[in-house]
Ligand binder design. Structure first.
Ligand code: NAD
Length: 350
C-alpha cells in the first residue's frame, strides 16, 4: 500500500500532517513518500507538476493531496500556475471519476443555510465524470463569424466513457444505500439521451441497486428542497461541477468535506474539497477533518479496508460529539481548537 503524499500550498502542509498521523496510527503497513505539487513545486523547480512528483504519483497506489494555489503565484504565466499541477496530475493518472460526499453531521446542522430538519443527517454522494463532456470537447473557441464574435464549445460522450463512470457509480451505490439517481438533460441534449440510455443498459448488471433518472434543473431544485431523498447521484462533468458544489454548500462546512478521484483500477487521488485557504495558512487553525476523511475514502475505495475507513469516520463523529471545533465550524457553547489539537483528538478517539 504505497501512498504518495503531496502537501501542496497554504494550509496544505498543516492539514496533510494530521492526516498522515492518522494513517500511521492504524495497524496497517503503508509506504509513504512526500513530493511537491503546485506553488511549492514551482518555487523549487519552476514546474507545478515536476518529473519527480510524476514518477512517485505513477508508482503509488494512492495519492493524498492537501491543496494547491495562492496569491503568490496568481500572476505567473498560465502553464506555471499551481492549478496546472492539479489538472496535470489528474490527466496523467487518468482520473475520470470524482466522488464527493456531502455529509452533514447532526452536531453541525446549524452551519447550513437550510433549516436543520431539511439537512440534519444528510449523507449523499455525487459521482461526477471528470475527463470528458463540454469541458474537453473539440472544436471550441471564440472566432469572428459574419462580422461578430462567436463562442462555441462541443458536448460529447462516447458510450464507453458513460459506461465506465456508470459502473463506478453503481459500485459506490452498492457500498451505500443502493439507490442511484442519474442526472441528465435528455429532453434537450442528445449527448445526455445517450447518457440515460447507457445507464438503463447497465442497470441489469446491478439488480440490487435501484436506478432513477432526473433532469438537471429539477435535480438542482430537489437538492435544496429535499436533499435527503438522494443516496448516490451520477452525472457528467459540467452538471457534476455545479451540483457537487451546490451539494457541498448544503452542509455549510467546507472544512469537513473529502473527495476522491479514481481511475479504472481504483487508484485514486484523495483531497479535501476546499482550497489552500491562504487567508489562514501558517496559523495552525485550519480544519484538518476534510483531509482526515479523505484518508477514510482512500481506505474504502483504493485499499478496500472498510473497517479502517469506518474507524476513522467514527473517530471524527466522536470528536464532534465531544464539542471540539476548529474556527470554521465553531459555535458558542463548543470548544475551539487548532489544527494539531483536532488531530490529537481524532487520534485519541481512534
Ligand atoms: P478556499 O477553499 O481555499 O477558501 C475559502 C474560505 O474557506 C476561506 O475563508 C478559507 O479560510 C476557508 N477554508 C477553506 N478550507 C478551510 C479549512 N480546512 N479550515 C478552515 N477554513 C477553511 O477557496 P479560495 O479562497 O477560493 O481559494 C484559495 C486558493 O486555493 C486559490 O489559489 C485557489 O485556486 C485554490 N484552490 C485549490 C483547490 C485545490 O487544491 N483542489 C481547490 C479550490 C481552490
Amino acid at each position: 500500500m504505497k501512498i504518495c503524499i503531496l502537501p501542496g500550498d497554504g494550509i496544505g502542509p498543516e492539514i496533510t500532517a494530521e492526516a498522515v498521523r492518522v494513517l500511521e496510527a492504524l495497524d496497517l503497513k503503508f509506504e509513504m513518500e512526500e513530493a511537491l505539487l503546485g506553488g511549492a513545486a514551482v518555487d523549487a523547480t519552476g514546474d507545478p507538476y515536476p518529473e519527480a512528483t510524476r514518477k512517485l504519483a505513477r508508482e503509488a497506489d494512492a495519492v493524498l493531496l492537501g491543496a494547491v494555489g495562492g496569491p503568490k503565484w496568481d500572476t505567473l504565466p498560465r502553464e506555471q500556475r499551481p492549478e496546472r499541477g492539479l489538472l496535470g496530475i489528474r490527466k496523467d493518472l487518468g482520473l475520470f471519476a470524482n466522488l464527493r460526499p456531502a455529509i452533514l453531521y447532526p452536531e453541525l446542522a446549524n452551519a447550513s443555510s437550510l433549516k436543520p430538519e431539511v439537512v440534519a443527517g444528510l449523507d449523499i454522494l455525487i459521482v461526477r465524470e471528470l475527463t470528458g463532456d463540454i469541458y474537453f470537447g473539440q472544436p471550441r473557441g471564440i472566432e469572428v463569424r459574419d462580422g461578430e464574435r462567436f463562442g462555441f464549445n462541443t458536448m460529447h460522450y462516447t458510450e464507453s466513457e458513460i459506461r465506465r463512470i456508470g459502473r463506478v457509480a453503481f459500485e459506490a451505490a452498492r457500498k451505500r444505500n443502493k439507490r442511484l439517481c442519474s442526472v441528465d438533460k435528455m429532453n434537450v441534449l442528445e449527448t445526455t439521451q445517450l447518457w440515460r440510455d447507457v445507464m438503463i443498459e447497465l442497470a441489469p448488471e446491478y439488480p440490487d441497486v435501484e436506478l432513477s433518472h432526473m433532469l438537471v434543473d429539477n435535480a438542482a431544485m430537489q437538492l435544496v428542497r429535499a436533499p435527503k431523498q438522494f443516496d448516490v447521484m451520477v452525472t457528467g462533468n459540467m452538471f457534476g461541477d455545479i451540483l457537487s458544489d451546490e451539494a457541498s454548500m448544503l452542509t455549510g462546512s467546507i472544512g469537513m468535506l473529502p473527495s476522491a478521484s479514481l481511475d479504472a483500477n481504483n487508484k485514486g487521488l484523495y483531497e479535501p474539497s476546499h482550497g489552500s485557504a491562504p487567508d489562514i495558512a501558517g496559523q495552525g487553525i485550519a480544519n484538518p477533518l476534510a483531509t482526515i476523511l479523505s484518508v477514510a475514502m482512500m481506505l474504502r475505495y483504493t485499499f478496500n479496508q472498510e473497517s479502517a475507513a469506518l474507524r476513522i469516520e467514527n473517530a471524527v463523529k466522536k470528536v464532534l460529539a465531544q464539542g471540539l471545533r476548529t474556527g470554521d465550524i465553531f459555535e458558542p457553547g463548543t470548544t475551539k481548537v487548532g489544527t494539531k489539537q483536532m488531530g490529537d483528538a481524532v487520534l485519541a478517539a481512534l
